[in-house]
Design a protein around this ligand. Structure first.
Ligand SMILES: Nc1ncnc2c1ncn2[C@@H]1O[C@H](COP(=O)(O)OP(=O)(O)OP(=O)(O)O)[C@@H](O)[C@H]1O
Length: 257
């Protein structure tokens, strides 16, 4: 755990009528770090993401976005400091809008008004996620799934946020494309210092991206620690059972015959 925290969640509970989706969950995301929220379907991962991004309110508990120490951060809107990358960028990209135009719009919303500055920032964002100005001219349907997810990441980074909440952001991609997008995310984090709250059901993905891991079951935290500890020496029987069900690096299907 780092001392420089960017997001603090304390005793978060979310109830829908008399059903408790998230119960008393606490965690801290360090600046420039990646915390994976991992668990099976229905564990409460997306609900935590929705509360953190302000899409829904908590029943009780506290969510705090911490301003950088010493920085006179005038960006008071949560949206500029925390951005969501959804699983399916198709749902948020306008099919009639070119990639360049979509990014330009995000950069404009982020408050960069001069046209030359906007264009330079768009080029920089494309470059950051490994796309070129050729891609900027294309419509979303002309891109592959991995390229579209890169665009979604670039767009989320336009406001230079402190935190990206990535909700199953690579789950729909083939494993090799997944690895490319995870490499992009790792590089972006090194270059920009953005912290990631990374929501996934997949321990193979957790292995490639996380510094810290919180394992959820039925809305409750069952294990929370460094990725090395949780993946290498899990304490909870539930974590061990999830890990046992995950193919390890080098794992192969037994050959037939
Ligand atoms: N708006 C809602 N009204 C009632 N129950 C809800 C609502 N949203 C989520 N839930 C319930 O809360 C629980 C947690 O859902 P959540 O989507 O957070 O889980 P998850 O871990 O993200 O699972 P998945 O990976 O399947 O999305 C589930 O049992 C779900 O049915």
């Amino acid at each position: 755990m780092t001392r420089d925290s960017v997001l603090i969640v304390e005793q978060l509970t979310k109830r829908y009528a008399d059903f408790t989706a998230v119960a008393d969950v606490s965690f801290t995301l360090g600046r420039g770090r990646t915390l994976a929220l991992v668990g099976e379907s229905g564990a409460g991962k997306s609900t935590i993401g929705a509360v953190v991004t302000g899409l829904t309110s908590a029943t009780s508990g506290r969510v705090e976005l911490v301003a950088e120490a010493g920085a006179a951060d005038r960006r008071t809107r949560r949206g500029s400091r925390l951005q969501l990358v959804p699983q399916d960028p198709y749902s948020t990209l306008d099919p009639r809008q070119s990639i360049g135009s979509a990014l330009d719009e995000a950069v404009t919303l982020a408050g960069r008004m001069s046209r030359a500055d906007r264009s330079a920032r768009t080029t920089q964002l494309l470059d950051l996620v490994g796309l070129s100005s050729e891609h900027a001219r294309l419509l979303p349907r002309s891109l592959s799934g991995g390229q579209r997810q890169r665009v979604a990441i670039a767009r989320a980074l336009a406001a230079d946020p402190d935190v990206l909440v990535l909700d199953e952001a690579v789950s729909a991609l083939d494993v090799s494309v997944q690895a490319q997008v995870l490499n992009v995310l790792n590089r972006v984090q090194r270059e920009s210092g953005t912290a990631y709250l990374f929501i996934t059901h997949d321990f193979a993905v957790v292995r490639q991206i996380a510094d810290e891991v919180l394992v959820l079951r039925g809305g409750r935290a069952v294990e929370y620690g460094s990725a090395d500890q949780v993946l290498g020496a899990p304490e909870a029987a539930y974590t061990r059972s999830l890990l046992d069900a995950t193919p390890r690096p080098g794992w192969r299907l037994p050959s037939a015959g």
